[in-house]
Design a protein around this ligand. Structure first.
Ligand code: COS
Length: 386
């Protein structure tokens, strides 16, 4: 086993998250998936264990950790169910703009409740006509006296309807393209703010995915984060910081699927021996284990590098997101294959893991977008070396 030299605090976080996964997530995951029930009870247990504010500074009531600690917990929860782990992780994505670009008043007002798990957060970027093209947002925010008036629809918002605090991207200047976008805080129960139906999904079915609908929704002008025109930059910085969390979901899911496949292979007898003794199966498990460990090693080094204070980690964040989630998909498919017909049955967890894994290659930027991000950084680096 690779020694990742975790500190005592990090071991404690990992073990706490592991315990919640084993005792609460794994026993409930099939039912949560089947019934499509939001895992509020489990999120409340995470909050009671002080895990909601891992990445929030101590002065705002958090643990004071960084991306690394957040990823450790996310990885553990993801071994059980990434529907649950995304409901946990979306809080970091939703509060990221406040944490990174909010005023002192905004931080004091929102972060302590999010750290305590009293309020949940969500991020509103995607729209029916603005998915990969994050600069193509059409929701508008018009300043009217001391208020901004929001109109438009956000789509596929994780924690939609469940969260209390939403960071939302809207256009304040139509003539400036993505530079005319701004970032706002919108609280649930604001008049003019409602939710669409809960989406029916292939996987992560316990997570809440809803539309955010703004119809002449008036919010105080103090809810602007940063300055007008900073919305696209804040969005990109937020995604840079949160994509390792998606990689952590990939590592966790891959490990969970691998562990299950190994356990099954030791027990399942064919041709008079456990199938783990058959080289064809061993080779599959060996590849799954190697890829999973490589993804973890990249994840931990990227997360640590971000926490060390480097300014630009766009490329590394995209790399680890695409690598770890492609690994998760491959490992999940192979884990089902190792189990054969049993793997295909809903009685066992692997078919759910395989359905769940697919979203990792899609959300927070498809893996094609990630390759585009890495590629354009390579071009820029090559030009600057000339
Ligand atoms: N950090 C800081 N600045 C960034 C940045 C980043 N990560 N990414 C882009 N920018 C800057 C660029 O440097 C550029 O600035 P200049 O105009 O001064 O040169 C500006 O923002 C526009 O960048 P670019 O031209 O690359 O923007 P594009 O519209 O081509 O789109 C991609 C860039 C595709 C990378 C972006 O739209 C993206 O990440 N899309 C995926 C969105 C996504 O993840 N959706 C899922 C949401 S789930 S929450």
């Amino acid at each position: 086993m690779i020694d990742y030299a975790l500190t005592d605090d990090q071991v404690m976080i990992r073990d706490l998250a592991r315990k919640i996964t084993e005792e609460k997530i794994i026993p409930a995951r099939a039912e949560l998936d089947e019934q499509e029930v939001f895992p509020s009870d489990i999120l409340n247990i995470m909050a009671q264990s002080d895990l909601m504010g891992l990445y929030i500074p101590e002065e705002y009531g958090g643990f004071g950790g960084g991306v690394f600690e957040f990823c450790l917990a996310t990885e553990e929860f993801s071994k059980g169910c990434i529907g649950v782990s995304v409901s946990f992780a979306a809080n970091a994505l939703g509060s990221g703009p406040i944490l990174m670009f909010g005023s002192e008043e905004q931080k004091k007002k929102y972060l302590p409740d999010i750290a305590a798990g009293k309020k949940w957060a969500a991020f509103g970027l995607t729209e029916p006509n603005a998915g990969s093209d994050a600069g193509g947002v059409q929701t508008t925010a018009v300043l009217d006296g001391n208020e901004y008036v929001l109109n438009g629809t956000k789509q596929w918002i994780t924690n939609g309807g469940e969260a209390d605090v939403y960071t939302v991207v809207a256009i304040t200047d139509k003539n400036k393209g993505s530079r005319g976008a701004s970032m706002f805080i919108v609280e649930k129960d604001t008049p003019g703010f409602s939710f669409g139906k809960k989406e029916k999904k292939m996987g992560i079915r316990c997570s809440a995915t809803r539309e955010l609908i703004f119809e002449d929704c008036r919010i105080p002008k103090e809810n602007l984060i940063g300055k007008e025109g900073m919305g696209f930059l804040i969005t990109m910085k937020n995604l840079d910081k949160s994509r390792p969390g998606i990689a952590a979901q990939g590592v966790g899911l891959a490990q969970g699927a691998l562990d299950y496949a190994v356990k099954y292979s030791k027990e399942r007898q064919q041709f008079g021996k456990p199938i783990i003794a058959i080289q064809a199966v061993q080779f599959m498990l060996a590849d799954m284990a190697t890829q999973t460990e490589a993804a973890r090693a990249l994840l931990y080094s990227v997360a640590r590098s971000i926490d060390s204070g480097i300014k630009d980690y766009t490329k590394e964040s995209a790399m680890v997101k695409l690598f770890a989630t492609d690994v998760a998909m491959r490992v999940a498919v192979d884990a089902v294959q190792v189990m054969g017909g049993y793997g295909y049955m809903r009685e066992y967890p692997l078919e759910k893991m395989m359905r769940d894994a697919k979203i990792l290659q899609i959300y927070e930027g498809t893996n094609q977008i990630q390759r585009g991000v890495v590629g354009s950084k390579l071009v820029k680096e090559a030009i600057s070396r000339k």
